[in-house]
Write a protein that binds this ligand. Structure first.
Ligand SMILES: [Zn+2]
Length: 430
């Protein structure tokens, strides 16, 4: 609605022009009713000649406005456009053409919408769409546009992205995450880096002043919007207390992509088969007559006989979920390695210093010492592997030892490593 607080001669002229324009536009709207399904006819109002001051005419000229529309969760395509102030007729017309190439139901909160419209001041300030861009990803966008023929058209544009490399490096002052993001590393890349190093580094307490990092990664960039999509880490190095740990990305000939150190040893490690050095297996997984209780019972772990005080190592990197006395298990530790696997260690004589629930441990870190607490006939480690909380036979699970590249595969890796090293050198020089 247009409100006129006072009726001045100028206002009266305005009303008169408005009425005229409204009549003209109504003819256009009537035309709209007869439009084809996938097009929307925006009839331009017939030109009119009026004996009115030029500035009044100018103030009625449609002006273009650009707006970015936010897609909130629970939104439909129509509700977004509705919030932007488009009329139902406009929304209907847009959806009609859009449907030919995009299902409006597939609209997601991470899609970006840009709209360009003009405000038709003669007709209740109604907004008329000129252009709507739906950015689906950094390379794909849909453009709904008003053509010169006055019809709305929808087109899908796929932009060719530029592939490029970047490096980031520096001292770790706050956290690897904070410092590397400031140096231009994408959060996803840092997340990947932490994951790749998690077999060797405890990120909760490994950093000291003077520690540093180097990161080389690739990305894809939209040349128009300059938006970037992170690719992968090609190389990363952490220098902790003066010791370098490096990882290189390598695709093996069977297509498996993994990270290796400079010697070609896989960074990713399986769980240790034997968490105690020099122990012999004294009890296997399965049904057996219980040595203490006398009746047949399921033995849900593997027993390793070893003298009291023998160090017990964490079978893999992870977080301590339980540590302390646990009924017939005696002194007990449970480590969660990932969303699926955990390991448990029982009959412990004592725990390694400083460990508590929530502590993270590295693979091979000494966590406790063999003993005979709880229900045990002699000193041994009772070791359990749990998958989704249930004990399973560790011997039945493929726990790959650290894989080392050999022969021709190692040669390929080293050649690839040289290329990566040179690329980093060039980036640092540039
Ligand atoms: Zn046992």
């Amino acid at each position: 609605m247009i409100h006129f607080p006072t009726i001045s001669p100028t206002s009266l002229r305005l009303i008169f022009v408005s009425i005229l324009l409204f009549c003209a536009y109504s003819i256009g709207l009537w035309d709209y009713g007869n439009q084809k399904l996938n097009s929307f006819n925006f009839s331009t109002p017939p030109s009119i000649s009026l004996d009115a001051p030029t500035d009044t005419i100018e103030s009625l000229e449609p002006e273009f406005t650009d707006e970015t529309l936010e897609v909130k969760s629970g939104d439909s395509f129509s509700s977004v456009l509705n919030r932007a102030g488009l009329s139902n007729n406009q929304i209907y017309a847009i959806v009609k053409v859009l449907r030919l190439i995009f299902n409006p139901r597939d609209l997601r909160t991470d899609h970006k919408l840009f709209i360009s419209y003009r405000t038709n001041q003669k007709e209740k300030n109604e907004k008329e769409i000129d252009r709507l861009v739906i950015q689906l990803s950094i390379e794909k966008e849909i453009i709904v546009e008003l053509g010169e023929d006055g019809l709305l058209k929808a087109k899908l544009h796929t932009k060719k992205l530029i592939h490029d490399y970047r490096h980031a490096e520096g001292k770790i002052k706050n956290s690897l995450y904070v410092d590397a993001v400031r140096q231009g590393a994408h959060p996803k890349i840092i997340h990947d880096m932490i994951q790749a190093f998690s077999y060797d580094v405890d990120f909760q307490r490994s950093f000291h002043s003077g520690d540093s990092y180097v990161l080389l990664f690739d990305f894809h960039k939209n040349p128009n919007t300059l938006e970037e999509k992170p690719g992968h880490i090609l190389f990363a190095r952490l220098t902790l207390k003066g010791v370098d740990i490096s990882i290189y990305r390598h695709k093996s000939k069977n297509g498996v992509i993994q990270y290796y150190n400079e010697k070609g040893e896989a960074v990713k490690k399986g769980l240790l088969m034997t968490p105690v050095d020099g122990a012999r297996i004294s009890g296997t997984f399965g049904r057996r007559k219980h040595p203490v209780l006398g009746y047949t019972k399921m033995h849900k772990g593997i027993d390793f006989a070893a003298p009291t005080g023998t160090p017990i190592m964490a079978a893999g990197a992870g977080k301590i979920m339980r540590i302390g006395r646990f009924s017939s298990y005696g002194n007990y530790i449970k480590i969660k390695h990932n969303s699926k696997y955990s390991t448990a260690y029982a009959h412990i004589s004592r725990f390694a210093k400083g460990l508590k629930v929530g502590s993270s441990v590295r693979q091979g870190q000494v966590i406790a010492y063999v003993g005979r607490t709880g229900r045990a006939t002699g000193p041994h480690l009772h070791y359990e592997l749990l998958a989704n909380g249930k004990q399973i036979n560790p011997r039945r699970v493929k726990m790959m030892p650290a894989r080392k590249l050999k022969g021709k595969e190692l040669q390929t890796f080293l050649a690839n490593k040289d290329i990566i090293d040179k690329r980093l050198e060039n980036l640092r020089a540039g």
